[in-house]
Design a protein around this ligand. Sequence first.
Ligand SMILES: CCCCC/C=C/C(=O)SCCNC(=O)CCNC(=O)[C@H](O)C(C)(C)COP(=O)(O)OP(=O)(O)OC[C@H]1O[C@@H](n2cnc3c(N)ncnc32)[C@H](O)[C@@H]1OP(=O)(O)O
Length: 400
Amino acid sequence: MAVVGLSGRLARCYCLRAVRSLPVCSSLRVPALQLHVSKTAMGASQKDFESAVNQVKLLKKDPGNEVKLKLYALYKQATEGPCNTPKPGLFDLINKAKWDAWNALGDLPKETARQNYVDLVSGLRSSSDSSSQVKPEADKKQAGYETLVITSEDHITKIMLNRPAKKNALNTQMYQEIMLALEAASKDDSTITVFTGSGDYYSSGNDLTNFTDIPPGGVEEKAKNGAILLRDFVDCFIDFPKPLVAVVNGPAVGISVTVLGLFDLVYASDRATFHTPFSHLGQTPEGCSSYTFPKIMGLAKAVEMLIFGKKLTAGEAYAQGLVTEVFPDSTFEKEVWTRLKAYSKLPRNAMRISKQIIRNHEKEKLHAINAEESSILQERWLSDECVNAVMNFLSQKAKL
Ligand SMILES: CCCCC/C=C/C(=O)SCCNC(=O)CCNC(=O)[C@H](O)C(C)(C)COP(=O)(O)OP(=O)(O)OC[C@H]1O[C@@H](n2cnc3c(N)ncnc32)[C@H](O)[C@@H]1OP(=O)(O)O
């Protein structure tokens, strides 16, 4: 994510922004914070905490003022320790409510505050997921997603990228909704999960406007959060337990191509293309493609895609092993869905266990590769090469 300072300040994290939007009302009570001392002396890991901070943005419903104050106070205690700022003035109601919530934590250790933050978020997530869970056999579009259309029928959960006006570019919300959708699909009663795109594109990859808003923590914090989001996003594909199918209905760019190495089937229309223009963008491979692409297509072909940005036709991608089968566009949807409906009737446990046998011995390696690719990109996003490439795109000077 090239970090370009094109716009003003944003709250440091969701809980800050949410608390800032608290209504100015003197009746706002600062809750007596009943905190359990974490069972494990160590408390949640930093990664769990950072993941929880990201997950707060996934909450589908407003948790209410009291919870938002609790989140704010625990976040500050976990990151800065006991309240260390002067008490706001009497009429500065919002900042006074925040100060009181933080101050109420006293000398609570950072590790305990971190653990309590993680516990609170996980409780909020499960209540928000259960309230928005749509029964899989409902055979209907699932509610609660803005950038995706999720349907479940014939034992197939279909996740359709739904930003056709932007060529299904993945904005931050879409990354987060895809993680939610994969988590739900892993638990529903479908046997296979399918990704496809709406409109004429499968996906044009990372939304280059994602990173034009710089938080108060500056460009470094932005890059760090982006690396955490990328790592969590790709981890979801590495760990997905059911057969995962890509129905590539049109051109695919960037991360929508690289994660295909983690799919079990890739069916492509003959109008699809596969483009990973990382060097053009001053960036580097992600989605474990630095490992999976050389393994799938050989080093030379992988280098031509990942370093030199060669765009493949569907036929070339098939010849190189990235695509399982190519279909004429005129009959693509009909042929592919007929086949998938037949596959979805196969015994679900046998398919799930077979996938485990095939994939499990490389899982740890893939997680390590994902972590490495994400940390390298964290630096690349701060580079002039990356910033200039994104500025060129945003100023409509250059397209791929
Ligand atoms: C968690 C962080 C992970 C980071 C790792 C991921 C890396 C990547 O994915 S790198 C690849 C990033 N993607 C791109 O660089 C593609 C940029 N887009 C283009 O070059 C072109 O849009 C195109 C070749 C994909 C399509 O060109 P064309 O058919 O001429 O259509 P338009 O350019 O007019 O697009 C319509 C509309 O959509 C907007 N848009 C398209 N792609 C993106 C994108 N990736 N990010 C942001 N916006 C995109 C485009 O700007 C147009 O918008 P309007 O002008 O408002 O209509």
